[in-house]
Design a protein around this ligand. Structure first.
Ligand code: HPA
Length: 286
């Protein structure tokens, strides 16, 4: 049969750019003008959302460019409101590269935030410590990252815009402001600064891999954050990122690593993490 059946031709599906524009328009319509700051909540940081007052909540499912999340742990909502006098958008839940093997699961979400008018992304995560001086329950400002996977959410991106500078990926000025805010709240001694090494997971690292990452200059190791930093920089957003240490990395503690252990430590340490994050967000001058 070579007869064309025209009924098979449906309208062109909404392409990614269209989905991003539609999402930005929806955010504007349902939440109003974009706040300058969006906070991405990782494991252990979720209670921060409870401190954000007023505003409104939109489920990711209503936002065409946002990811469909796997089950467990994350709310999959975007919430706006104020912490003190600072307006923020809070993203509870994200797509991880280890869910699919693809690093671009948050591409539509990050680009929609930028199209809406957000200027700064504050990322939070749980991480393993590779530095004996940085202990579980303590925090680290990410100063730089190691992308061992060599995966990028910009694979396939057309145009010269993909060749982004990563020299100041974790904004120096925002880091200095975060440091000052943590010091002012008396939490400064629990806030380290260092290099985050991204391992895609979902398995934890081997002790040999941790020795390699330490040799390369890493302080924290985790399965998140780096793709979102690349996407944010590509979208013209400034990035600040905080890790909450839930364990010493593989080979550096007697106890076996497990997700249950990550969650338990993250929850036990979340009060301080959230207090620091609240102080930092309120202190940022953009
Ligand atoms: N490795 C990778 N990801 C993690 C770790 C770790 O040790 N702890 C929390 N998330």
């Amino acid at each position: 049969m070579n007869t064309l059946n025209l009924t098979e031709f449906s309208p062109a599906p909404a392409g990614p750019a269209t989905a991003i524009e539609a999402t930005a328009a929806l955010l504007q319509q349902r939440l109003g003008p974009a706040p300058a700051i969006a906070v991405l909540l990782g494991t252990g940081w979720a209670p921060f959302a409870d401190q954000v007052q007023g505003g409104a909540v939109v489920p990711y499912a209503d936002l065409p460019a946002f990811p469909v999340l796997g089950v467990g742990g994350h709310s999959g909502t975007l919430k706006t409101g104020r912490i003190g006098s600072t307006a923020v958008a809070v993203l509870g839940g994200r797509k991880h590269a280890y869910e699919t093997g693809e690093a671009d699961g948050m591409k539509g979400a990050i680009r929609s935030l930028a199209a809406w008018g957000v200027k700064v992304v504050v990322q939070t995560n749980a991480a393993g410590s590779m530095d004996p001086a940085m202990r579980p329950g303590e925090l680290m400002l990410i100063s730089d990252h190691l992308n061992i996977s060599q995966r990028s959410p910009l694979f396939g991106e057309p145009g010269d815009g993909r060749f982004i500078d990563m020299g100041n990926a974790y904004d120096r000025s925002l880091r200095a402001q975060a440091r000052a805010a943590a010091d002012a709240t008396g939490h400064g001694s629990a806030l380290h600064e260092g290099v985050y090494a991204w391992f895609m997971g979902p398995q934890f690292e081997t002790p040999a891999e941790i020795r390699m990452l330490r040799t390369l200059g890493g302080h924290a190791v985790g399965m998140r954050t780096v793709p979102e930093t690349i996407l944010a920089r590509h979208a013209g957003l400034r990035v600040l990122a905080l890790s909450l240490f839930t364990n010493m990395a593989a080979g550096m503690q007697a106890e076996a690593l497990s997700h249950a252990h990550t969650l338990a430590t993250a929850n036990a340490a979340s009060d301080r993490a959230v207090a620091v994050l609240a102080a930092v967000v309120q202190a940022l001058e953009l």
